[in-house]
Structures are given as C-alpha cells and as structure tokens.
Design a protein around this ligand. Structure first.
Ligand SMILES: [Zn+2]
Length: 307
C-alpha cells in the first residue's frame, strides 16, 4: 500500500512526499531518513526514497517506504494488512509501468506455496479478460509463460557463477546482474541507489527472545557514523508466513557461531535511525544465505601440489 503522508521528524508534522521534496530543496529537511509512520501511536521508521537524488537523475519521484515494525495499535498497519489480503501473482513486485524487456530476467519473490492461488488468480483474470475478449487473454497468458524470472536463491546462484544476464527491476529498467549485488564494504549509505539491490556480506546470526538478529561483519557509514549494519527476522514473521524455507528449526541451526554469507533484497537500501544502520526485512523471501567456503588448509594444499 502506498503511504500518502509520513511524519517529518524535522518539521514535526505529517506531510506528503511532494511537500518533503520541496522542503528538502529549500533546506528545511536535511535527511531522507528523518521520517516515521504518520500514525500517532507509531514510530515505525520511513525512508523518503529518492529525496536526495537530483531531479534529472530520478527514475521515480520521491515516495515513502516503511522500513520497520509498526506499533501493534497502528491504524496504518491495519490498513496495510487489509489491502494485502489478495492472492499473490507471479508479478507482484512489478506493475503495468514495467514493460517486458526481451532477454531480461525478472525477480520472482513468490513463496512456493503461492502456486495454489494460481488457479484462482487465473480464473479472476479470465473473468476480467472476458470483458475485452478471450482471444486477447489467451495471447496474454501465452506471453506470461515464457517470461523468465528467478527466485532470490537462483539469482544468487547465477551471480556466484558469474553468469552474464540482465535483470529487470520494478520501475527501474534493467541492469547487469553484477550491479544488482552490492557487497557491504564501508560504503556511505546515502550513495546507494533507491532501487532494488541485493546487499550481501559475511554475517553472524544470533537468537534473542523476539527473533533472530543478523549482524554483518563489515561496516557501513552515514556521515560521521560507521557501524556494523544489522537486520532482524521477527519470530512473528516466521510463524505467519507460508514461506517454509526459514522455519525456526532451520534458523536455529544457523546460530552456530560460524559466520555465513548473508543476502538481503532491499528496495530502498539500509536506513539510519538512532545511531544505527539497519536493513528492513520485508519478508523471508527477501533473504537467503550461503555457507562460506572454508579455506583449504596449508597441509591440504601441499598434498594437492604433490599429486
Ligand atoms: Zn505505523
């Protein structure tokens, strides 16, 4: 759901992203991270994406993106939950703004169990398409089947295998797969693009009473601040999702004190709040991991040389 207004922490009032754009241009607002949920009872952080990007370089006007947990009583959260109760479709990230580009691969974030909604989604589509003629529907359906997409996991495999493919992002055209992946390495976060990217790096996974904390080994910077970014996997998210790849039992095994190579897909990148730099995990299908390759021991190497 689109967030019409957000609370500006610098102006102490709720404003639209258009107004934020103007107030940023005249210096009243100084950071795209200084926003939160407009609900009175809620302090969920909000990023005003593209706010700091020069107008000529924008692919999209500034917009608000919730990047944290809402308060349980938040009315905005309740609205979002209601509007989200629709069957998942294979293109839920993409909209009519995104024309199909030949040879480009899309990101597919459907949990595997969403397939069971497929029949229903197609039936509804069919009813809608009957209004404009079934023939068109058949053509559309045929096109849909050959459009290539990759799950986050197979996108990671393609990247690690150095495959040379173009990836189409929602509302942002295509880019080479190597540019979709950003290895965390002490970058200044305001230099990141406000477009989908897969951030990755060595990280530790720890459990607390509300879920799992993923802490990257490498740092990121925001102005004077340099810190290790984290993201949080809430226990609620694990219990409420139909995505079964990361059940608690699976995540528990990852808290074995050995760092993993963690990947997180993020629309607006890491955000700054209260002296921390965090990523917001939108769902379990937005993360994945790979075991780090153990380095061959010296002894092993010398055996290899002799053989
Ligand atoms: Zn809220």
């Amino acid at each position: 759901m689109k967030l019409e207004k957000a609370y500006s922490e610098e102006l102490n009032k709720n404003i639209t992203a258009e107004e934020a754009d103007y107030r940023y241009s005249i210096g009243d607002i100084t950071s795209k991270y200084a926003f939160s949920c407009p609900d009175d009872s809620c302090t969920a952080p909000v990023t005003c994406a593209n706010l700091d990007k020069p107008k000529a370089k924008r692919k999209r006007d500034p917009y608000y993106k919730i990047v944290g947990e809402h308060h349980p009583d938040c009315l905005i959260k309740k609205d979002i939950n209601l509007s989200d109760k629709r069957p998942a479709t294979s293109d839920s990230l993409y909209s009519g703004h995104d024309e199909y580009i030949d040879g480009a691969v899309r990101l597919n974030l459907n949990p595997p169990s969403a397939k069971r909604f497929g029949g229903e989604a197609i039936r509804l589509d069919k009813e809608r398409m009957a209004l404009v003629g079934l023939r068109q529907y058949v053509v559309e359906e045929g096109k849909r089947r050959i459009r290539p997409s990759k799950t986050l996991s197979s996108m990671i495999d393609a990247f690690l295998n150095h495959e040379d493919i173009a990836v189409q992002l929602p509302r942002a055209g295509t880019l080479p797969i190597k540019d979709l992946f950003v290895e965390l390495d002490a970058q200044e976060i305001s230099n990141f693009e406000d477009e989908y990217r897969i951030y990755y790096g060595k990280a530790w996974i720890n459990k607390n009473d509300k879920g799992y904390v993923i802490r990257f080994v490498n740092t990121l910077k925001y102005g004077e601040l340099e810190t290790r970014p984290t993201f949080f996997v809430p226990q609620d998210m694990i219990e409420q999702t139909s995505y079964t790849k990361f059940r608690s039992s699976v995540l528990d095994k990852l808290t074995d004190k050995l760092p993993k190579n963690l990947f997180i897909l993020s629309e607006t990148g890491p955000y700054f709040k209260d002296r921390y730099i965090n990523f917001w995990l939108e769902g379990l299908e937005y993360m994945d991991y790979r075991d780090l390759q153990p380095r061959p021991s010296k002894r092993h190497q010398s055996v290899r040389l002799q053989s």
